[in-house]
Ligand binder design. Sequence first.
Ligand code: B12
Length: 468
Amino acid sequence: MRPAALLLDPPRHPRGVLSLSLPTVAACLRPAFAPRLLDLDFEPRADWERLLAADPEPALIGLKVSAQNLREAQALSLLARRVRPRAAVVWGGELPTLRPDLARGFAGCVVRGRFEARAEAFVADALAGRLRAEYDGTAAALVPPVPALDLVERPERYLSFLGAPLEASLGCSEHCTFCLVHAMQPAAREFGLERLRRDLEANPRAFASVVDYNLGDRPERLLSAARELGASALRGWTCEACLEALDDAEVLAALARARCRVVYCGLESVSEPALRSVAKTQNAVSEYRRVIARAQAAGLEIASGFILGLAGAGPDAADAFADFAQDAGLVYVKLTFLTFNPGTKALATMSERGRLLTEDPAAYDGLRPTWLPPGVEPEALYEQAARLVARVYSWPAIWRRSRRLAADPLRRAEFVLFARLFGESYRDWGRLAGPSPEGPRLLDAPYRKPARAAAAEALLRAVRRLRV
Ligand code: B12
């Protein structure tokens, strides 16, 4: 019989979003271990000890750790060591990749970077009962096994509107200084169409969110992926690409034909100096409106990130972006405070060019400022963030943004529901964010999908069925 492995996802924000990390780790372990995925975002803290003590006894307890849940991961690891003294406690994920030292005293083993790159050695050592202190998977770029999404318990508890994740490549050809992908996945690798097909077959999804920073690099790549996704049973999908990749009639037609509904573009700002400050030189602000309108005319919705706290952005950056989002008719705006990740060269360099607010790694969660350009105060950024959320996610704002779709009620309904559901995460975000991660702890209570979100998702599913 295969020994049991318990893989834990601690609470995180945005809540109720399914992550691929542990299903991918589970797929690597499955030949040798019997993995169970336990998402503690849904479990009251008072039950954590009981869950760890439940049969079968695990030989391995793995945790996905990020800055957002460093405190929880530490507490859980201590609990695991007390309740399950014979199990090996292992940390993996973004934060231990950057700062493996943070696991000291909590986990006996750290996996840095991608697990599939070191899974063979890890499994052999784990079975022999002599795990090493560290496995480093940052250098190799292997195609991971198809994630074991079948092990996700009660998938209906998760939000479904974003789509189930579908990973298609590693790495990124751009070098924006805030991005963590180069630390996790320094080498780029496309998984290929055959792997995409196998994943879609093994894990049937109604709607998919394609995880791939390289999709827009070459038109042929976008076109072949779109053909494959279009031939699948998906009712729709979303992906990420640079705006420039969408300035192509053939690409736009192929995406629309393949039922691509939303393309997320990391536009991040409408200020050129602000973009230059983080080496995001691939973004041409003067072209934003034209290419967005072109993609929308082809049947796609465009979403964007917005980064708060960029040097040179000025005090009105958020208002300028909200105006732009309203005018351009963006379906959603994802808000992030500029974060240079702990343990990176970028953070070391930037700490000389601005003000570092804290060195507490738990604060580097993208939900609060950690670095400020000269002359900027954190309160001003919180204020800007709150204004942007109010201006982009109120019902009237969403309705106004969707006005160009008046002649196509189903498309408009999908737009409005998607935007509103995305905005849901910012309702509690206001309570979560604060200068310190010890502030109001929204993550303390277990996540339950709000009834209004469940109702909006049911409607969205119906609209998506009708649009196919
Ligand atoms: C899809 C995605 C999202 C989705 C879904 C997130 C989710 N929960 O899955 C959404 C849109 C909701 C989102 C939101 C955010 N995201 Co995001 N997201 C991604 C993205 C593009 C893909 C994640 C993914 O599915 N990867 C595939 C899995 C298989 O890889 P993995 O998680 O790295 O797991 C591997 C290893 O880390 C390791 N591993 C992981 N856990 C464990 C555990 C054990 C025990 C072991 C042994 C190994 C192990 O093995 C795994 C298999 O190889 C990544 C970039 C990227 N390409 O990775 C950014 C990324 C993770 N996001 C990032 C950020 C900043 C955010 C936000 C803060 C943005 C915001 N302002 O809201 C939020 C916070 C999300 C959160 N709670 O963590 C940053 C993380 C930075 C950081 N310091 O942690 C990344 C790296 C993007 C970047 N460019 O820097 N995100």
